[in-house]
Design a protein around this ligand. Structure first.
Ligand SMILES: [Zn+2]
Length: 380
């Protein structure tokens, strides 16, 4: 039983989605919001790594989607090159990032069986045989014989505990989060320092469990009607690149795919896909490079308004989480939170103008987490 299962919020979600009339009312209320789902990796069996969706769960997802949902590619959702908003309802877009070979072996046959099409976003340097940085990091931590290490990295003295699989996994998560925000050069430097510290030789080529799609498979996927978009050339942090490097990376990946497939590539998935990974310069460069659609990795308030800032929702093997997102509860709860935040701001502004804002704290007041009741309020 997962720890998440004991969480009361999780149980509330499970109850709400099980009341189908409620679920379908929420689905109807949010019918114009596309469910752009984001996958990364797949595995053959349910006991495979937890960050991958196993074949059986993926089949269940497709079977669920086949009952009342319109599964289309991002290209078909926003067909117009100008990115005009689609009027289609109950739309689901399946996107798969990075370009791992397990898409071909696990997901593709099942998509074909259900007659559904996906949009894949491979990283070009990965297809060309250069491993992705998080796989190199995982490999270093998994293969080292060192249990504890200390060394200066990321601007501070770090203590690495690798004494058990759990500790290794926690160390991986912490380093992954820290490396995520670095530029490619600094990240490579940290990985080199780490491999030196942990006495492991780093290989640039992908390990046996990290294989990319081959170019022949990319061609076959395209021929089957799936969309192949760009996930940039080298998966950098776009906001940290110079204008020249940014232009070079997003254009080179587009041109490479277009030359190989003989078709226009108009969709892009931002590397990392956090809000901080996209800014005005990045969007301007993406637009000038000729992209018409670009996806983030998270939901954004009032999502799907700008075709170059489309929200996505991550899919795991958690079925409750999938149904919660599919029926639109996630989108609706974000909209409600946004509405309430805006309302509170307006009320606060209005009361400030009138000079009697009860929410405003007089200067000099000391607030404590739980103030003891005053003597006057105590009982007789
Ligand atoms: Zn990625």
């Amino acid at each position: 039983m997962s720890t998440i299962g004991s969480n009361w919020k999780y149980r509330c979600k499970a109850v709400l989605i099980s009341i189908r009339p409620v679920a379908w009312v929420v689905a109807w209320l949010t019918r114009t919001s596309p469910r752009i789902f984001m996958f990364h990796r797949f595995c053959a069996f349910p006991h495979g790594p937890t960050d991958r969706v196993d074949g059986k769960t993926f089949e269940w997802i497709l079977s669920t989607l086949s009952r009342g949902w319109r599964v289309i590619t991002l290209r078909d959702y926003l067909r117009s090159p100008s990115g005009a908003a689609s009027t289609q309802h109950y739309v689901v877009v399946i996107t798969v990032d990075d370009g791992y070979a397990d898409f071909y072996t696990i997901a593709l046959p099942r998509l074909t069986a259900y007659g559904m099409r996906a949009t894949i976003f491979p990283v070009i340097s990965f297809l060309d045989g250069k491993s992705l940085w998080w796989d190199r990091l995982r490999r270093i931590l998994q293969s080292t014989q060192v249990s504890y290490a200390t060394g200066e990295m990321l601007g501070e003295e770090l203590v690495l505990n690798l004494s058990s699989p759990l500790e290794r996994s926690m160390t991986y998560s912490k380093l992954n989060a820290a490396l995520l925000s670095l530029d490619n050069e600094n990240r490579s430097r940290v990985l080199a320092r780490l491999s030196q510290l942990l006495k492991v030789e780093t290989m640039e080529i992908p390990g046996p469990d990290e294989q990319p799609l081959t170019w022949t498979q990319i061609q076959e996927i395209h021929t089957l009607g799936h969309e192949v978009g760009s996930h940039t050339y080298s998966h950098p942090n776009l906001t940290q690149l110079s204008r020249e490097d940014l232009s070079e990376d997003v254009r080179a990946s587009k041109e490479r795919l277009e030359a190989f497939l003989g078709t226009q590539v108009l969709s892009l998935a931002y590397p990392n896909g956090r809000l901080c990974d996209v800014n005005q310069s990045v969007m301007e460069e993406i637009r000038s490079a000729g992209y018409a659609r670009a996806v983030l990795a998270y939901l954004v308030p009032n999502g799907a308004q700008d075709p170059l800032f489309l929200p996505r929702m991550a899919v795991t093997r958690d079925r409750v989480d999938l149904l919660w997102k599919l029926y639109g509860f996630e989108v609706l709860s974000l909209s409600i939170r946004e509405y309430l935040a805006t309302l509170a701001k307006r009320v606060s502004t209005l009361l400030s103008i009138r000079g009697r804002n009860p929410l405003r704290v007089p200067p000099g007041t000391i607030l404590t987490r739980s103030s003891p009741p005053s003597e006057k309020l105590r009982g007789p």
